[in-house]
Design a binder for this molecule. Structure first.
Ligand SMILES: Nc1ncnc2c1ncn2[C@@H]1O[C@H](COP(=O)(O)OP(=O)(O)OP(=O)(O)O)[C@@H](O)[C@H]1O
Ligand SMILES: [Mg+2]
Length: 276
């Protein structure tokens, strides 16, 4: 399989501070690639650039071999790349099925004129979208909450709904930033197995930022390590966890300095960096 995402010497400067400093990396199509590193390493900033939420200060980003540097998030979305976001507050009063059905299609823009001129066709499309939403709910094994208001879902179920939205959009390259934060163990297991199935059965590529080393170890190969804005190393999690420079990056001078394993340091970082 080829490279689907490639960064060449990408940097992001905030004022005088280089949050991302000359990063080059690539993500292989069909992989679940992890991105780890201490708090403030620049992981989310790097994701924001890949997803089109921030323009790089310098460097080049390629998607499927094409230069997409500086393209907006919606333009990348139409090329099949999507970053998940928490279900927005205004959608919390809609049901799970409705949340899925309102994901914009990547193919045809729905036209009001068409709805007026060709109501039968629009109705057929609505039926197709509803059927697709039901397939997504079945795939994720959350059909039992289809009529629940999104705002009433547990943290883990909301994450599954976020994944469901990527399936409705037919996004095939999905960026996940700290999906494990605030999710209980049982639902984390569901989330992980759904990511595995989307990857193995439907060919999704995932690029995953995570402080939960168990989840990284289960899902991700390879794992890329960032520290202080730069890519340090890349490899299998078992090798990463033995890498002296990585251990030093996690422990050196950080508030997690009393931890004795990368997992413990990452767990501490997760606590410090978890979104509210
Ligand atoms: N919009 C911004 N303006 C100024 N500085 C920023 C901005 N966004 C991020 N930074 C800084 O850039 C650095 C990298 O932040 P980033 O959020 O990318 O780190 P991270 O690796 O995702 O950390 P965490 O694991 O805590 O989520 C931090 O020092 C942060 O304070
Ligand atoms: Mg972050």
């Amino acid at each position: 399989m080829g490279t689907i995402i490639e960064l060449r010497s990408v940097s992001k400067r905030f004022g005088g501070f280089l949050a991302v400093n000359d990063c080059s990396l690539s993500v292989t199509a069909g992989s679940v690639t992890g991105l780890i590193g201490p708090n403030g390493a620049g992981k989310s900033t790097l994701f924001n650039m890949v997803a089109g939420n921030l323009a790089p200060t310098s460097g080049t980003i390629l998607l499927d071999g094409e230069d997409v540097t500086g393209l907006e998030a919606h333009e990348l979305f139409s090329r099949g790349l999507l970053r998940t976001f928490q279900i927005a507050h205004e959608f919390s009063h809609m049901t799970v099925t409705e949340n899925l059905m309102m994901v914009p299609s990547r193919q045809s823009g729905e036209s009001l004129l068409e709805a007026w001129l060709r109501p039968a066709r629009v109705a057929r499309e609505e039926t197709a979208i509803r059927r697709k939403a039901e397939e997504v709910l079945d795939f994720l094994k959350i059909a039992h909450v289809r009529n629940e208001l999104a705002g009433n879902l547990s943290g883990g179920q909301k994450k599954l709904l976020e994944l469901g939205r990527t399936m409705m959009a037919d996004a095939k390259i999905v960026l996940l930033d700290e999906i494990a934060a605030g999710v209980n163990r049982t639902l984390l297991n569901d989330l992980a197995s759904n990511i595995e199935r989307l990857n193995q059965e439907l060919g999704y590529t995932f690029f995953v930022i995570e402080h939960d080393m168990d989840l990284i170890g289960r899902l991700c190969d390879p794992v890329i390590v960032m520290a202080a804005g730069s890519v340090m190393t890349e490899g299998h999690i078992a090798d990463i966890q033995k890498n002296e420079a990585v251990i030093e990056a996690y422990f050196g001078g950080s508030p997690t300095g009393n931890a004795t394993t990368i997992s413990a340091a990452a767990e501490a970082a997760r606590g410090a960096g978890a979104p509210a």
